[in-house]
Write a protein that binds this ligand. Structure first.
Ligand code: ADP
Ligand code: MG
Length: 342
């Protein structure tokens, strides 16, 4: 037996995968399997190896991940996009292995190492521009990432402020949507939550959440359950627009004859009781930018092209003179340290 009880391949430092990739250290693990840093003895380069658990469902999802990574590579032969590049894939001891270029810390790990301090707006803007260009590329290929969050945005080693989008394990082609319920909860778009047809706009919603999180050092909508998520969104954005409610096939989970149902803590939050400007730090341009990512209706959200033309992106940062700090009311909220992964 090579597997543990969860279906993970048991790994030892210095062991070789497929007689070629020497295991250096574990980079991450989760419900899918494990990712480790390896030395490729063929050309002495360092790579990342994602080793999927020995499970039928995870294996078929990993095949989609490989298919999408290959499409992305083929359309970016010179590796110019801010998108993780795949090098190889194969099956080793009944586990699908995906070999990719080795990247650095993810943005959640970066937040941990900075004690969840706010990132400078100028850095957040650099990240945003790279992500938006990657979104433009994804949209041109009709690919939805479906899991944009700090854990899936990785720094590039030895390249200041450069990042890449990783983890295409939930992504899909617009024409081949398999799942109706996707995205990690904090970053889940309203159309997914409500069970309405979705498209590339769900990534733009997640991006809005991520940018605010980097600016605040804590998630924008840190919901423990779906009802709490909808209530946190309504708290700043007001009630769900009637046209969306009409289309929702999941509305009974949240409302009873139009009345808001309590979340799992027994709470009901009042729609529009918190101003957007109270939860978003920075200047009015940043506020406007994230508001346009966080439109209820996906068709009202900015497209990546429009976002790249937004004044917040176009304006060069002078030394953040316009920035205001967060209202003290929010600073007094208990610090958010441990993030539950969905
Ligand atoms: P999952 O589908 O479980 O989220 P990911 O592909 O996101 O799997 O990998 C889990 C973690 O492993 C990531 O959050 C990241 O920190 C790390 N990781 C993944 N791929 C790489 C890579 N190519 N280089 C460096 N670290 C990586
Ligand atoms: Mg991930």
């Amino acid at each position: 037996v090579f597997d543990d009880e969860k279906g993970n391949l048991i790994l030892y430092k210095r062991d070789h995968i497929a007689f070629r990739y020497e295991i250096i250290r574990l980079l991450g693990q989760g419900s899918f399997g494990q990712v480790c840093e390896c030395l490729d003895h063929k050309d002495n380069s360092k790579v990342a190896v994602k080793i999927i658990k020995n499970s039928k469902n995870l294996a078929s999802q990993a095949q989609v991940e490989i298919k999408i990574l290959k499409i992305l590579n083929e359309n970016d032969p010179n590796n110019e996009q801010s998108i993780l590049h795949i090098k190889d894939s194969f099956i080793f001891r009944n586990h699908i292995c995906i070999i990719t270029e080795l990247l650095g810390k993810n943005l959640y790990e970066l937040q941990i190492s900075k004690n969840f301090c706010s990132f400078p707006i100028s850095l957040i803007k650099k990240f945003a521009i790279q992500i938006l260009n990657a979104f433009k590329f994804l949209e041109s290929l009709k690919i939805i990432h479906c899991d944009i969050k700090p854990e899936n945005i990785l720094l590039m080693p030895n390249e200041r402020s450069k990042i890449k989008i990783a983890d295409f394990g939930s992504s899909c082609l617009l024409s081949e949507k398999i799942f109706t319920y996707i995205q990690s909860r904090f970053y889940r778009a309203p159309e997914v939550l409500l069970g309405i047809n979705y498209g590339c706009g769900i990534d733009m919603w997640s991006l809005g959440c991520v940018l605010v999180e980097l600016a605040n050092g804590k998630p924008l909508f840190p919901a423990d359950c779906e009802r709490e998520l909808l209530q946190l969104i309504m708290e700043v954005k007001g009630f769900v627009p009637p046209d969306m409610l009409l289309q929702s096939i999941r509305k009974n989970k949240f409302f009873n004859q139009g009345e808001i149902l309590p979340d799992k803590h027994g709470n009901i939050r009042k729609p529009l009781s918190v101003k957007f400007s109270e939860v978003v730090p920075g200047d009015y341009l940043f506020l406007d930018f994230v508001e346009r990512c966080l439109e209820w209706e996906p068709w009202k959200r900015m497209t990546p092209e429009e976002a790249l033309e937004h004044s917040w992106i176009k304006t060069h940062d002078t030394e953040n003179i316009l920035e205001k700090s967060l209202p003290s009311r929010l600073l007094r909220r208990k610090p958010f340290l441990i993030k539950k992964l969905v």
